[in-house]
Design a protein around this ligand. Structure first.
Ligand code: 2NL
Length: 364
């Protein structure tokens, strides 16, 4: 029954507001919305009935209905916002994560996920150790000019490394010179000295290329070289740095290390670095035998001068090693070729857990 006084409208407002207040979740809220504003809703029915209202009362009645409609729509929307906010807060409370928890360890052989390739893992370990000593990681191009790869490094024109059967050359460029696939990562240190003012502490891990292929040589392999340039750098710094590195990398606190005079065109003096091992058992750190592990030396004055550094002011040391070689020694591998054959059985065996990156705190 409709009246001009609108008691029925007042009742609808009160009842709808009470129902909204009682709606405890969005489902109950939606039921109130449909029962009020839906196709067969109470307010919709009243609006439909406007036609039957006598003409003299219709205008007043219509205005009252429209006011009520706007009020109820606002009340319904406000309740929706309040319920959504409450639901979000409840979810945030229930779903709280402790992001500081350590990851769950995965049992060997059970994880279906991927792993870190031993080359990448070794680079991560080198980076952790040298990073702790203040070295930055530097990268550069794989395709190099003859000058950056050989000339700047004091490698003479007739040197065997420059022969066609040792190095991959590309067709000559517009200047008539043949670019090379870098045979070591040294050209990156050359570029670093040319563009960065000392002091420099850099390690350069990366791919290198030589025309060689057998059980211990791959035409593409990886090297890491290191470079330190500063005032008054001595052989003592070189020795301390490399002894610390080798002991951390192989995880042997008192690993015996031997420095043996050698020759490289880009260092003077030059030294080969050996670690102790047992030839019969292959065990590192104890035994009568020495194993060559890396090359090093004081940066040759000519190389410093080639990079615009005055050798009377700046000195430094440099070193280089094969990443596959040190990875093989650490893991007891005997063959280099599987590194690049993508045999999933080998990869699964030697992969590292991506959730356990190397950390110096636990000893690499
Ligand atoms: C080895 C020996 C070495 C270097 C690399 C180097 C780089 C510059 C200047 C001077 Cl820019 N030296 N690098 C020095 C000594 C040895 O590598 O047996 N690598 C596998």
């Amino acid at each position: 029954m409709t009246t001009a006084g609108g008691e029925d409208l007042e009742a609808l407002r009160r009842e709808t507001e009470a129902a909204l207040a009682a709606a405890a979740d969005l489902r109950a809220w939606d039921a109130v919305r449909v029962a009020t504003l839906g196709r067969s809703g109470r307010l919709t029915a009243l609006l439909k009935g406007l036609g039957q209202v006598p003409a003299e009362r219709r205008k007043e009645r219509g205005a009252a209905l429209n006011r009520l409609k706007a009020e109820l729509e606002a009340a319904i929307e406000a309740r929706r916002l309040a319920l959504e906010q409450a639901e979000l807060e409840a979810r945030l409370k229930a779903e709280r994560l402790d992001v500081t928890l350590p990851p769950r360890p995965t049992a060997p052989g059970t994880a279906a996920e991927g792993g870190i390739h031993p080359i990448s893992r070794t680079v991560e370990e080198l980076t952790a150790i040298f990073g702790a000593m203040g070295f930055a990681v530097v990268e550069g191009p794989d395709i190099e000019s003859d000058w950056h790869n050989f000339g700047a490094l004091n490698i003479p024109e007739h040197h065997p490394a420059r022969q066609d059967h040792d190095t991959f050359y590309l067709p000559p460029g517009p200047d008539g010179r043949r670019p090379v696939l870098r045979t070591h990562t040294s050209p990156v240190q050359i570029r670093t000295m040319l563009t960065q003012a000392p002091p420099i502490r850099a390690i350069v891990p990366g791919r290198t290329y030589r025309a060689d292929h057998d059980a211990t040589h791959s035409p593409m392999f990886h090297q890491v070289e290191g470079l330190v340039i500063d005032r008054a750098i001595t052989l003592g710094h070189l020795k301390g740095c490399l002894i610390d590195f080798l002991r951390a990398f192989f995880g042997i606190r008192d690993l015996p290390v031997r420095f043996r005079a050698s020759y490289f065109p880009f260092t003077e003096p030059s030294m080969e670095v050996d670690i102790s091992w047992n030839r019969r058992t292959g065990e590192l750190g104890k035994g009568e035998d020495w194993l060559e592990i890396l090359g090093s030396g004081m940066v040759h004055p000519k190389v410093l001068a080639n990079c615009g550094l005055d050798p009377r002011v700046w000195q430094g040391f440099a070193f280089g090693m094969g990443i596959e070689r040190i990875a093989m020694l650490k893991q007891g591998m005997t063959d280099l070729r599987p590194f690049f054959e993508s045999d999933v059985r080998w990869l699964r065996h030697y992969r590292a857990d991506p959730l356990s990156p190397p950390s110096l705190a636990e000893g690499v």
